[in-house]
Design a protein around this ligand. Structure first.
Ligand code: F1P
Length: 592
């Protein structure tokens, strides 16, 4: 049994916020060790049910597999009778990005097979949130319900999947509540990775319910097959609470399994079965094994990326088709996750927004964060590229290898620090000429057994595999440059109520101060005052997070203030002296 499965392990935290014992010392690990630790953490997604531990069900537990079967059959029904029907995938942050990726991919597939496109995605904050973090709308249940109502206007049958890894986002709670009040139209599914009794209980502003209450109502309705809760335990994240990692991957795995099983049943007369679902899940486990079988090569990329960041260079992902989108998503998530500068790690996709195919279309006029086309890279970044920058190409043998070669040649005129992650089917073409243009190529070779199982799924496998590689590269690089303390990202942005609570917990964890002391100190740092006014103390969390959004490093500042009982100004100047969080904390402890 894993350490975190004991009821006494960090009992006050839901599973998705606990710290993972595997990565406790990740901040002291070498690149190769980092990759190995991430491999172990990701392997927990596929862990079998732990005997004698009823607290957690896992992805392979029969109750979870059976729910996947039930929901897949709902998908089949909708696909067979698509008139006035819709399948809506919705979430905040990474969960919304995975929803977007799947809905657009599957609509494309339906269109190419002359079928009605019945998928829709919702991401809190709209399409802007695909590329930047828009965490404030996550706290708004009414906005969630209104957006859902609008997306489904006039529909008679809607399968709604609300994704919240932490069973926590009020935006999603509002949508599920809306569905539960309109069960004649909606079949709601809740997807997340905490047991229902760990769902969030914090009151939601202007709202009569909290997340746990909605999740319990969903559980009740599941008995009549009117709603479904899919919430296997996949273990704590490698970086505490960073649900973009395992949470995002497991969301992708579960939804792909459900939706593709539904498609096969509707179009290939292949009935959805318990064993069929188990088999699909096992295939994803193979994807994990194959991806991480090249620890050394992946570690070399982690190292390269870290060197670039340390020397104020950049990391650029240049990808084709959805692999490019995976790159854009991974890069954009570094800003809120690690407090990275927007230029630090960036992603580009060939054909930009027409490849993205998002609802709101070309967003490039919104500013530099929304420039995503290879052409933009060539025009605005390539001329200033140097060996300090790491460039990583992401492609598969399904892409136009000639185009890959031309761009690689172009990039090589400016830097030799050019690498690739390439997906190849074993025994098929061997694009040696393309490979020779890179300093290193992490070639992931896919056995024909996987291809034969489902040729359609290969694209999904490559996406997941690329996600794992890039999550390892961006997380590993930030760990190596000292952004993480143990396995906590201390310098988190306090931009919504979940992150506000996480910040207070981290402060308690490292200072031993009470919750009230930590909250008061955090508010002092947020409002940048030594003494809180009555108004500041009494205003709500949303207001605090709006102010916090405009300030940098509020949590490290609070940490130093609490540890050394100093003023805000002293804490700031003290932190300026250290770029490595562990050093700052250690030095701070020496002061006492
Ligand atoms: C949603 C989310 C995360 C993001 C950050 C803020 O979480 O946007 O994707 O990384 O932690 O919250 P959840 O609702 O899926 O738990």
């Amino acid at each position: 049994m894993q350490h975190w499965q004991h009821s006494s392990y960090e009992p006050y935290l839901p599973l998705t916020e606990k710290s993972n014992p595997i990565t406790r010392d990740i901040d002291r690990a070498s690149p190769k060790e980092i990759v190995e630790l991430l491999q172990k953490c990701d392997a927990e997604i596929f862990e079998r049910t732990s005997q004698g531990n009823p607290m957690y069900q896992t992805l392979n537990s029969s109750s979870v597999v059976q729910t996947i079967v039930d929901v897949s059959k709902r998908v089949e029904v909708i696909l067979k009778d698509p008139e006035d029907s819709l399948i809506v995938l919705s979430g905040c942050g990474t969960s919304g990005r995975v929803a977007f990726l799947l809905a657009t991919s599957l609509n494309r597939w339906l269109a190419s097979h002359h079928q009605k496109q019945i998928y829709s995605y919702i991401i809190a904050g709209g399409d802007k949130a695909l590329l930047t973090s828009q965490e404030t709308p996550e706290d708004d249940p009414l906005l969630g319900a209104l957006t859902l109502g609008k997306a489904c206007a006039g529909k008679k049958h809607v399968l709604f999947v609300g994704i919240s890894c932490g069973l926590s986002a009020p935006f999603v709670a509002g949508q599920l509540d809306f569905c539960l009040r309109n069960l004649e139209i909606f079949t709601p599914v809740l997807l997340g990775f905490n047991p229902v009794d760990m769902a969030r209980t914090e009151p939601i502003q202007d709202c009569s319910f909290h997340f746990k209450e909605v999740a319990e109502r969903m559980n009740e309705m599941q008995k009549q097959q009117k709603a479904y809760v899919l919430n296997p335990a996949v273990g704590p994240e490698a970086i505490s609470g960073s649900s973009r990692m395992k949470g995002g991957s497991a969301t992708k795995i579960i939804l792909e399994t459900i939706l593709l099983a539904g498609h096969e049943a509707a179009y290939c007369k292949k009935a959805v079965t318990f064993n069929g679902i188990l088999h699909s899940l096992n295939m994803f486990e193979k994807v994990h094994q194959i991806t991480y079988s090249q620890t050394k090569e992946l570690a070399a990329l982690v190292q390269k990326a870290a060197i670039s960041l340390r020397t104020k260079g950049h990391v650029y992902y240049l990808g084709w088709q959805t692999l490019g989108i995976i790159g854009i998503i991974d890069a954009s998530e570094c800003i809120p996750t690690f407090g990275a500068g927007f230029e630090d790690i960036r992603g580009f996709v060939s054909n930009g927004f027409s490849e993205m195919n998002n609802k709101e279309g070309d967003l490039s006029s919104l500013g530099p964060h929304f420039i995503v086309d290879h052409k933009d890279f060539v025009d605005s970044i390539l001329p200033n590229l140097s060996d300090n920058d790491t460039v990583i190409f992401l492609y598969s043998e399904n892409d136009d290898l000639n185009e890959v070669s031309v761009l690689a040649n172009n990039v090589r005129q400016h830097t030799s620090n050019l690498h690739a992650i390439a997906h190849e089917l074993k025994g098929l073409s061997d694009p040696e000429r393309t490979r020779s243009q890179f300093m290193t190529v992490l070639t992931i070779r896919w056995p024909s057994s996987l291809y034969k199982h489902s040729p359609v799924l290969m694209k999904q496998y490559w996406e997941l595999s690329t996600k794992w590689c890039l999550n390892a590269i961006s997380t590993g690089a930030h760990v190596l440059i000292g952004k993480v303390y143990m396995n906590y990202m201390i310098d988190l942005r306090v931009t919504n109520s979940k992150l506000y609570r996480r910040a207070i917990h981290i402060l308690q964890r490292f200072t031993g101060s009470t919750q009230a002391q930590c909250e008061t100190a955090l508010l002092r740092a947020i409002y940048d005052v030594e003494e809180l006014s009555d108004e500041m103390s009494s205003t709500d969390v949303t207001q605090h997070t709006l102010v916090a959004n405009k300030r940098g490093s509020v949590v490290p500042i609070t940490l130093v203030m609490l540890q050394s009982r100093c003023t805000i100004a002293e804490a700031k100047s003290y932190l300026d002296a250290y770029s490595v969080i562990r050093d700052a904390v250690a030095a701070c402890q020496r002061l006492l």
